[in-house]
Design a protein around this ligand. Sequence first.
Ligand code: NAP
Length: 251
Amino acid sequence: MKTAIVTGGSAGIGEATVRRLHHDGFRVITGARRLDKLEHITGPLDHATALSLDVTDPDSIDRFVADAVAAAGDDGIAVLVNNAGAALGLESVAEAREDLWQRMFELNVMGVLRMTKALLPQLIASGDGHILNVGSIAGFETYPGGGGYTASKHALRAVTRTLRIELLGKPVRVTEVAPGLVETEFSLVRFEQDAKRAKGVYSGMQPLTGEDIADCIAWAVTRPAHVNIDEILVRPRAQATATAVYREPTS
Ligand code: NAP
C-alpha cells in the first residue's frame, strides 16, 4: 500500500486531501497541531494515522517523522503533501507587522523546507516518490495588503522549482498546486477568527472547496510514475486574478 503524508490535515484542503487519498487507496498519515480534530477525521478510516505536528518546530518534525516511518513500516513513504500554511493579516508593507511576516515565513517556507529535508530519503527510497506543495495564486501575483503572504508563497514556488531541477534523475516527482479562493478556515485564521470579515471574502461568488483542491492533488499523485505534473493553477470561475473577482449584486 502506498503511503502519503499530508501536513495540516485538521481542516480545509488538508482534511479533504486526507479523505480523498484514503478513498483512492493510500495509507494516509497526517499531522497538525490540533490532534483532537485530526483524530476525529482519521478515527473512522482504516489505514489512517493522526500525529501531532507543528511544522515550525524542528523537534516536533523529528518526532512526527520517526512515528510516521514506524507507522508506514515496510511500505515506506512515497508521497509528501506539504499543505500546512496560512496567511496572516492584510496590512500594507508600510504598516507591516513583522511578527506576522516571520510566522508566515516559518510556516509557509521553513516548514516546507524542514518536512521535505526530513522525508526526502524516504521518498527516494520508495522508488516512486512525490513532493506536492500547496502553493497559491499568491505565488504568481501580488495584491495590496498581501505582501507578506505573497512573498512567502513566491518563496515556496522558488523552492518547488529548485527541487524539480535538483531531483532530476532521482525517482521523485515535484508538483505545485496553486489555488485561488477556497472557502476553508483560511480567512478565519487570517482575520483572527473574525467570522464576519472572513465570510465577506467569499460574498456574492462561489469559491472553490477543499474537495476541489483535493481532486487536483489526487489527480497529480495518481498519474503514472513517468508523468510529472509541474503546476496546477486553479481558481473559481468567478476569479480571474487575485483581485478581479466577479460578485453577484446582493439585493
Ligand atoms: P485552513 O483551513 O486554515 O487549514 C490550514 C491547516 O494548516 C490546518 O489543518 C492547520 O492545522 C494547519 N497548520 C497551521 N499551522 C500549522 C503548523 N504550525 N504545523 C502544522 N500544521 C499547521 O486553510 P486551507 O485553506 O486549507 O490552507 C491549506 C493550504 O492552502 C495553505 O498552505 C494555504 O496557504 C493554501 N491556500 C489556501 C487558499 C484558500 O483560499 N483557502 C488559497 C491558496 C492557497 P492546526 O491549526 O490544527 O495546526
